[in-house]
Ligand binder design. Structure first.
Ligand SMILES: [Zn+2]
Length: 203
């Protein structure tokens, strides 16, 4: 059995920054608009962030002095249109956030889409692939807790008992995951344990 969990953030990664208007450190989120300046065939593009408590805005630099001829046409059209998907992609772009010295605040909520592929071999084990659609702050531990309806203590116990293999507790707890696929194995008993109720209802 092979299960794939595709994990996508809901909403934006918040950024903590001192708000000059509130005079205190506040969380900022994208306002939903880009700002663009062009000068001498060079582009500067920002995503405009705003304080969650007041109207103060702060620009996160996405590109600076980028030759107009080099920018992807589709991306350019999306920026001009303040495309929501583009704003979300940039809001989770680790390199851009780092370059702007952005301090990440909190963990965005996320959705998990589960897909099954039935295989004939290794049925004592369930292969689990966890794929992040974007590199956002989330731990694989929280994905497992959500999907398996287990506590941190229960997941830890399954790892220690060897019922979850191929990944360490340290890797599970790391929030700085990149947009790659992680693979691990679970004993079928452990995988189905919290789903028993659903099967009994079906029966
Ligand atoms: Zn403010």
């Amino acid at each position: 059995m092979h299960v794939t969990w595709t994990v996508s953030p809901v909403g934006y990664q918040r950024i903590a920054k001192r708000c000059p208007a509130c005079n205190i450190k506040r969380d900022f989120v994208p306002s939903g608009a880009f700002r663009m300046n062009s000068q001498k065939k060079q582009l500067d593009v920002w995503s405009i962030y705003k304080c969650l408590y007041c109207d103060y805005t702060w620009n996160i630099s996405l590109f600076s002095r980028l030759p107009v001829s080099r920018i992807d046409r589709e991306l350019y059209a999306r920026i001009v249109a303040n495309d929501a998907r583009a704003i979300q992609l940039f809001a989770h772009d680790r390199q851009i956030l780092k370059r702007n010295n952005a301090e990440l605040s909190g963990v965005p909520d996320f959705n998990v889409r589960e897909q099954w592929r039935i295989t004939l071999v290794r049925h004592q084990q369930v292969k689990v692939s966890i794929r992040l659609t974007m590199a956002f702050q989330v731990s694989l531990m929280s994905v497992m807790k959500k999907q398996l309806r287990l506590s941190t203590g229960e997941v830890t116990r399954l790892v220690n008992e060897g019922k979850i293999r191929g990944i360490t507790l340290r890797e599970l707890k790391n929030r700085k995951n990149h947009d790659t696929t992680y693979e691990l194995w679970m004993s079928a008993d452990a995988f189905y344990a919290t789903r028993k109720m659903r099967r009994e209802i079906v029966r």
